[in-house]
Design a protein around this ligand. Structure first.
Ligand SMILES: Nc1ncnc2c1ncn2[C@@H]1O[C@H](COP(=O)(O)OP(=O)(O)OP(=O)(O)O)[C@@H](O)[C@H]1O
Ligand SMILES: [Mg+2]
Length: 339
């Protein structure tokens, strides 16, 4: 429905720079996540796009048109927040109707739009209830419904699932994804949950300290992280980082070697890999369903590895781990840049 271009956008609060010259080109109909740790500027950037915050410099374009000076209400953007912010004294149907009544649309149009949104979100049977009579997941769906009934140019969501329990989070995120596909809507989704960003997004903007560290498709970010921050933020358990001097292969001291636990597995006794190897003492075996996680002590460091079948492993024994050459990453120790 709408492409969004963010051009060299900076934002400061009293000389404190929160966003530092960001550039993002979001395509029409894309599902984008802003992912990063608390305080990195995700919500601020979202509010700048919605027009709830002014930017200090740069420009924002919708469909090629500069809307930097346009007020929030004229941007035709919908926002969904973590706390659903439904009107507690209004029935679900009136909550859904609210943005349409504000636009003074005919009641017949409003009725049609409510019926459409309710069907889309499976809310038909709760239309005549109050928000207090709904489950958390239903409340979140009403908030999403209220955001989409008026066909916004884009839907912006700020950690919309963080009040839901784990199971409901997964279910609701699937629904949001389906909805976005059906409506071919441009969605920006703020989260600090890397798995959520991975499964939902066409592309992820990984942010830290008010800077976009990398903007790419989920598997590109996982397999080709731009720097150590991105590599450590994406993937669970976290990537291992070892000083270059500790590993065979002459990686040198100025470098860090990164390898993901899922790429690092015990080698058969005979050894014999042309890839990366590491030897240490097996300290812990953690069953995690499809795989087991292994803690291996190498020098003064605990390295996480994985294996499918731990039957032949003994705690306290020496263990050699190996990873294929293309799963080993090098980073500059000082700057964190990928080498
Ligand atoms: N109105 C404000 N005045 C001054 N500083 C602010 C204001 N709003 C946000 N900040 C600061 O800007 C930085 C970014 O805040 P922001 O809310 O964008 O972070 P976030 O990435 O959304 O974090 P979280 O994951 O915790 O929601 C923080 O350091 C915050 O303290
Ligand atoms: Mg936030």
């Amino acid at each position: 429905m709408t492409s969004i271009n963010i051009k060299n956008v900076s934002k400061s609060y009293h000389n404190y720079a929160v966003l530092k010259g960001l550039n993002l080109d979001i395509r029409d109909g894309e599902f984008i996540s802003f992912l990063g740790p608390s305080g990195c500027g995700k919500s601020t950037l979202l509010f700048c796009i919605a027009g709830l915050e002014d930017i200090t410099s740069g420009s924002i374009l919708f469909d090629g048109r500069d809307i930097t000076g346009v007020s929030a209400r004229d941007r035709n953007i919908s926002l969904v927040f973590q706390d659903y912010a439904l009107y507690p004294h209004m029935l679900v149907r009136d909550n859904l109707a609210f943005p349409l009544r504000q636009q003074k649309l005919p009641e017949e149009t409003i009725r049609r739009q409510i019926a459409w949104a309710a069907e889309m979100l499976g809310l038909e049977h709760v239309l005549d209830r109050l928000p207090a009579e709904l489950s958390g997941g239903q409340r979140q769906r009403v908030a999403v419904g209220r955001a989409i009934v008026r066909n916004p140019a884009a839907l912006l969501m700020d950690e919309p699932l963080s009040n839901l329990d784990a199971g409901l989070r997964v279910k609701t995120r699937t629904e949001i994804k389906r909805l976005q596909r059906e409506l071919r809507m441009t969605v920006i989704f703020v989260t600090h949950d890397q798995e959520e960003a991975m499964v939902l997004s066409d592309r992820i903007a990984v942010m830290n300290n008010g800077i976009v560290q990398q903007f790419a498709e989920p598997m590109t970010i996982y397999r080709e992280p731009a720097n150590q921050f991105v590599a450590s933020f994406i993937g669970s358990p976290q990537m291992n980082f070892l000083p270059g001097s500790r590993t065979a292969g002459g990686h040198g001291d100025g470098r860090l070697v990164g390898v993901r636990p899922h790429d690092l597995t015990p080698l058969p006794d005979a050894g014999g890999t042309d890839g990366f190897t590491l030897t240490g003492e097996l300290a812990l075996i953690e069953p995690a369903g499809p795989v087991h996680y292994l803690d291996v002590v190498v020098g003064d460091q605990i390295v996480k590895a994985t294996c499918n079948d731990p039957a032949s492993l003994r705690l306290g024994e020496r263990l050699t781990l190996g990873a294929p050459p293309n799963a080993v990453y090098l980073f500059d120790r000082e700057s964190g840049a990928r080498i």
